[in-house]
Design a protein around this ligand. Structure first.
Ligand code: PEP
Length: 250
């Protein structure tokens, strides 16, 4: 009922030439894939090059961030019309690195999400607790607060268009993945929260897991009932490992 999503967050990696090669290899290795949506989020500078490589394929181009205003005096920012113009179908919002290093808050996440929902783009909204928050037993309340803030003012209909990514900060880029059971427990909690706030539409929301997803742990993660895909960082930078993740085995 929920189509899986395997998304690669390239972060601040790949020049245009490198990006074309990676996109080409992923395109070749994922031809005919229909069990999941494959998403690539290169840096802004490589969006146009990757869009050209993906033309005519079902692969989805995503950006790693977006501003809520359509245009204006916002030096260094990128707007929704710009992303649509270059061929994006999705955009990552509120990644923990944006929250940690660039002052992103639940309120600014919410502004971005609401603007994106007024367009044809789909937001991939990231949430997740830090190690200190988990160790102090506050992980549920932290994630609930991120959901309440990030999804503020959304309607039940909006829910049909959003994708969530649960990414525990302690698992991102650390090689320390959440066990499938730990991840499932959080995904279950997130779905329950969505159910309480929005009702049965919660069942339609894809909730991706992110945090050191690799070829050797994707299969067990995808077996969990509330894990609907993965947001992949490090392992999406090489075609071979990302393709193995796309071709997960249940
Ligand atoms: C990410 O960037 O969203 C991520 C989960 O990174 P990594 O897979 O490298 O932990």
């Amino acid at each position: 009922m929920r189509k899986a999503v395997i998304a690669g967050n390239w972060k601040m990696h790949k020049t245009n030439g490198e990006a074309r090669l990676l996109a080409r290899a992923i395109k070749a290795g994922s031809a005919g894939v229909s069990h999941c949506e494959v998403v690539m989020a290169p840096p802004f500078t490589a969006l146009a090059a990757v869009a050209e490589e993906l033309k005519g394929t079902p692969l989805i181009l995503a950006a790693q961030n977006v501003h809520w205003e359509a245009k204006g005096a916002f030096t260094g920012e990128i707007s929704i019309p710009m992303l649509k113009d270059v061929g994006c179908g999705m955009v990552v919002i509120g990644h923990s690195e944006r929250r940690q290093y660039f002052g992103e808050t639940d309120a600014s996440v919410n502004r971005r999400v609401r603007a994106v929902l007024e367009s044809s783009l789909k937001p991939i909204i990231c949430i997740g607790e830090t190690l200190a928050e988990r160790e102090s037993g506050n992980h549920h309340s932290v994630v609930a607060q991120q959901l309440a803030g990030g999804l503020d003012s959304l309607t039940r209909r909006d829910l049909l268009r959003i994708i969530l990514a649960y990414e525990p900060v302690w698992a991102i880029g650390t090689g320390r993945t959440a066990s499938p059971e730990t991840a499932q427990e959080m995904h279950g909690m997130i779905r329950e929260w969505l159910s309480g706030r929005f009702g049965e539409e919660a069942q339609t929301v894809r909730i991706l897991y992110g945090g050191s997803v690799k070829p050797d742990n994707i299969d067990a993660l995808m077996l969990q009932p509330d894990i609907d895909g993965a947001l992949v960082g490090g392992a999406c930078l090489e075609a071979e490992s990302f393709l193995r993740i796309i071709h997960y085995r249940l």
